[in-house]
Design a protein around this ligand. Structure first.
Ligand SMILES: Nc1ncnc2c1ncn2[C@@H]1O[C@H](COP(=O)(O)OP(=O)(O)O)[C@@H](O)[C@H]1O
Ligand SMILES: [Mg+2]
Length: 336
């Protein structure tokens, strides 16, 4: 495996009984980037992370992480990675400083280094003032920053973050991402799972997962450029009825209402999508305004997962109010 590759997986598969949670996954993740797993609940994000950390054994496929073959060399890998689990549990009845000291001991950090490194991390994550506070008394944002401090205490080359910001408000999430870019800038490779579109858009690369299958991967820009559908915004009256009409058209992949607009995904092979929509629907004789707009990552998501899109989302997750998450309450998609 090349030095420039942090993670390479081929045909990675994990079953639970007869259920296939991760299905023939191929991954190639360069060093020094932030790589995202985007997918709804149950799409296999956590299971994949557990496979890539060596905590879980695959049923099939090969995994190489930082040049080590898993699961055979999982012990050697452990010291070189950091892992913030989805339900990361800090020790609520220990202070922040005690939490860090405890984790330092688990990682076998030399005693002389512990205080220096803890102070450095408390400072970096704006927690110095709270150092003697019990972890249970922290706010959501502070907890996540302490969790990140614990996961990076031993300066891992590769950091796994499983939905690190799902209980954090938008402002703290933005700050958290700034810290991730700082870590990345210092050479750490980061693999982060999320169900938030705006987070996925911040990643250098991402893979879209659904029912354990990788539906697409690449940079967010490439995914938007190559999604095989164009987006038309329709402004005007009677949108509920219009939506039902447009969904009947074979060239229309999905229609979503956003306030006073419809966002219509039209298959790329339909030519000029605005002219095509006018020619094939009542929009030809109406005063609605139509405009071709730039695709978003959410459009990419709808396009590459539309076969089982609605079925995948029957399990709403906690979502900060002003953040687009994968939770398409207004979306309707056609079978692909
Ligand atoms: N230990 C397990 N035993 C049985 N089923 C599991 C286990 N872990 C995960 N699964 C199932 O595998 C699927 C993928 O789960 P998971 O990887 O946690 O998805 P995500 O992290 O994307 O929400 C889910 O249907 C889940 O119920
Ligand atoms: Mg998960």
């Amino acid at each position: 495996m090349s030095e420039a590759i942090a993670i390479e997986a081929r045909g990675l598969t994990r079953r639970f009984g007869t259920y296939i949670a991760v299905n023939q996954l191929d991954l190639r993740i360069p060093r020094g980037v932030i790589y995202g797993f985007l997918g709804p609940n149950g799409s296999g994000k956590s299971t994949t992370i557990r496979l890539l950390t060596g905590l879980l054994t695959p049923n099939a496929g090969s995994v190489n992480v930082l040049g080590l073959q898993l699961p055979r060399q999982a012990d050697a890998l452990r010291r070189r990675i950091g892992y913030m689990t989805q339900k990361f549990s800090l020790y609520g009845d220990l202070t922040l400083a005690e939490n860090l000291a405890f984790i330092a001991r688990i990682y076998g950090l030399p005693h002389a280094e512990v205080k220096h490194r803890s102070d450095e991390l408390l400072d970096r994550y704006d927690l110095t003032r709270q150092r003697k506070q019990l972890a249970d008394t922290l706010s959501g944002g502070q907890r996540q920053r302490l969790a990140l401090a614990c996961a990076t205490l031993h300066q891992p080359e590769l950091l796994f973050l499983d939905e690190p910001t799902s209980a954090v408000d938008p402002e703290n999430r933005r700050d958290f991402w700034e810290k991730l870019f700082d870590l990345c800038d210092g050479g750490t490779t980061i693999l982060v799972s999320t169900h938030y579109m705006d987070e996925a858009e911040r990643c250098h690369y991402l893979a879209i997962l659904e029912t354990g299958i990788k539906r697409a991967d690449g940079t967010p820009q490439d995914l938007m450029r190559n999604m095989g559908a164009t987006v038309v915004e329709v402004l005007g009256p009677n949108l509920r009825k219009l939506k039902q009409e447009l969904l009947q058209l074979a060239g229309v992949r999905s229609v979503a209402q956003l306030g006073e607009q419809l966002r219509v995904l039209v298959n790329a092979q339909s030519g000029d999508p605005v002219a095509w929509l006018r020619a094939h629907s009542s929009l030809g004789a109406s005063a609605h305004q139509l405009a071709l707009v730039r695709p978003s990552l959410e459009d990419v998501f709808v396009t590459c997962t539309s076969n089982s899109f609605n079925n995948s989302f029957n399990n709403p997750v906690n979502t900060p109010a002003n953040t687009p998450a994968i939770n398409p309450t207004h979306n309707t998609t056609r079978p692909g």
